[in-house]
Write a protein that binds this ligand. Sequence first.
Ligand code: FES
Ligand SMILES: [Fe+2]
Length: 450
Amino acid sequence: MQNNDMRLYVDDRPDDGVFRVHPALFASEELFELEQKFVFGRTWNFLAIDSQLPKPNDFLSTWIGKTPVLVTRDAKNKVNAFLNACRHKGASVTRTEKGNSRYHVCPYHGWAYDATGKNVDIKDRKAGCYSENFEKDSHDLVPLAKVESYKGLIFGSLSPDVPPLEEFLGEFRFFLDLALEQGPNGMEFVPGRALYTYDANWKLQMDNGLDMYHLTSTHTSFMDVQEKRRAGMGNQDAQQFDWQKRFSQEGGMFQFKHGHSAIWLNQAEVSKRPVYPSIGEIRARVGDLRADWMLKMRNTVVFPNMQIADATSLLLRTFRPLAVNRTEMRVYCLAPIGEPLAQRAHRLRQFEDFFNPAGFATPDDTVTYEDCQRGLGSPAFPLLQGYSRGMTSTVPGGNHVSDGFGIKPVASLIGPFDVQAETVFHPGYREWARLMQTGVEGRKPYVEQK
Ligand code: FES
Ligand SMILES: [Fe+2]
């Protein structure tokens, strides 16, 4: 790493029509370690959805960057989150991904904790000849500095210096609501999840979730298969989209504060959308405007590492940085609680067709990320040029669409599908540079924004 001025790594000069990103963001181990501290360690991170922990003593284990996290619902129904690290010597107090247990007994030396994180037993304590000072110390699990929920999405922060969650999500909440209000009883993950890794940096997924530009080159085999299926050949369980109809639609993007962003596209074939059979109920509950927007394609990024995509079906995915060149993906099918079974089955067929690790999109994308990583890892690679589409049609503030929602994004674009704007990636890199810069300068990350 040559320089401590993080802004040099993101060449952000919109007035000059320039937005370029340094390949070190994808390939430098030094920057990767700083990200752990200053990005993942100092902002809100998605942990879980409420319905993963429906009952007292339900728990799950997850991660904030490289930090293992235990999320519990205690006997009083309060959701808590702790470091999944025993106070004795740091071992994970649970190795399971999820379950229900009143107590978590550390597998190493048997210290035990309850769902509130309280240490309830130190094995063979009486015989342990512990000092008075040791006895006076708290042995409880270390709680995360902050845990808050928004409409069932539970977020945590390792740092206390974050704005309230609603302020962090800001105006972007409109897009979250479009996903979270699809069911009259809330939303849940369909049981199970896809988990896989790829050998490339986490930001390649951050970008790809909003990348319309790659569809017609990376996913041509999927489009070809869909065309054949529309002609009656092969698997008919999932809906077959007419991509040409999709590509003739108008769409756009919104940039929001704190690194969040969204793309959207009008849909020609709304009857093929998973929520379509419920649209009458949805209209009555959330109104025409929101219902119509639930039928549009919308892909969103909640900075730093969560995406909700409502494209062929509705999914939520996280991408966890394992190393500068290795990322773990968890992908969940998001669905209304209590959805009729036939609709649920259809939703799953849609989900697995395109998004599953063995689906038509994921392998195409992940092998491509690995190609990118090889290119970006070369010391001869200059600044990336992949952030420039849509520069001249991106305007500060909102447009008539966001005015209709009553929200004020940072910047917006509206236009035909073929713009396939890359300006939608800018908020993530701006926020990355801002958090990293305040970090290396020893400043608090959010103070100046209050
Ligand atoms: S590390 Fe947990 S009991 Fe020793
Ligand atoms: Fe893709």
